[in-house]
Design a protein around this ligand. Sequence first.
Ligand code: FAD
Length: 409
Amino acid sequence: MTSHVVIIGASLAGVSCAQRLIESNADLHITLISDEVDIGYDRPPLSKSLKVGEPLPLVDLDPSRKLDSDKIKLLTGNPATSINLDAKTVEVNGIDVGFDKLVIATGARARKLDTFNIPGAPIKTLRTLADAKEIQQIVESKSKPRVGIVGGGFIGLELASALSTHCSVDLFEAQKHLLSRVLPIGISSRVAARHEAAGVNLHMEAHIARVEGDSSTVKIELNDGQNFEFDLVVQGVGAIPNSEIAGEAGLALANGIAVNESLQTTHPDVYAVGDCCSFPLASNGETVRLESWRNAQEQGLHVAEQIASGEHTKFMGLPWFWSDQYDLGLQMAGWPHPEALRVDRECGDQHCTFELNGDHKLISVAAIGPGNSVAKDVKICERLISAGTVISPEDLANPDVNLKKLLKG
Ligand code: FAD
């Protein structure tokens, strides 16, 4: 009997899941529901490659993932509004769509601060293609636009890097260091230095006292009395999981939709994948919610394989994240721990910070260097983390010790 799989959300996690289901030999039909009209585009280039006077970087998720198949029906432009777990239906546009298996891939949305809620003022967030188009339109309408970025997280920093050649950019961060919650100081200080070299004005420990705006300008006053005026302000203050529809249906939530090690929610026929879900890490069982490209893709694929095979298996993905700013590439793998032993390695223009647990097993790495130069070492570290190899801190700190050799234990 043909089984009906409904997927809510048609970005990376949902599209990856749908495509793998199409490729499978399983006898099934898929309905993919998206509230966005543009589907199948990739989000990372929106902050990295948004340039003044150049076409938007509309990168297809992957040409091989095109969704032209008899097995799939696309419902775009309307959100799924409710899930009925007893009837096993999803409501979209007033119609109930029945499912045998449901995959929730609703992702996350940009967080917005109340202080910046000034209707009509040029205050934006960056999550969707539509957001990127609006930002580009505003910066293209001025000769040297003044841009204020609130929040020194990855999206704000990447946008600062992309806009710094054509705009004057001020970035406001409440903490003492950029990305201090996710990056070791040796790396975050390099990121800060590169932004300053590019002319971005970094305001650290900046606390916003007042915001005023009209249709063309935004004024920001800091607690210390400094005043700024911008043509555009972008809030880069994190993301909120789109988990309301799951919560209202009665599924358990815990900073996102709670899933078990197989990415199954508290209903056995409902899965959640990507930025919207919190799941136990295979490495230590800690429950996390990741906003990471590779995690979203791998989780979408993993659930598709389970649905196609009918067998439940543990999701083994290792957290991995990258960011590109100017000529620098940054990568992180594994999961840091505040009590881990940190070891730094300087190698030419590359810097790596490793974390070892009490048994001297590698648990995480963060690395920065020109272009894609750190990719090879981070890949090796991923293998060292997965293998649970015991490594001496001295070897890790020594740039003459080839990381590949450590793989042999
Ligand atoms: P999303 O991409 O958020 O997609 C969820 C989809 O579901 C959306 O289309 C949403 O509109 C839709 N949806 C929500 N609710 C409903 C509903 N009720 N009905 C129907 N549809 C619904 N990660 C990295 O690892 N490295 C990077 O360099 C990087 N750069 C990034 C840059 C930007 C600007 C952004 C925004 C993200 C970046 N990320 C990066 C994160 C990465 O893009 C996300 O982790 C990934 O997109 C998550 O995919 P997802 O499918 O889980 O969720």
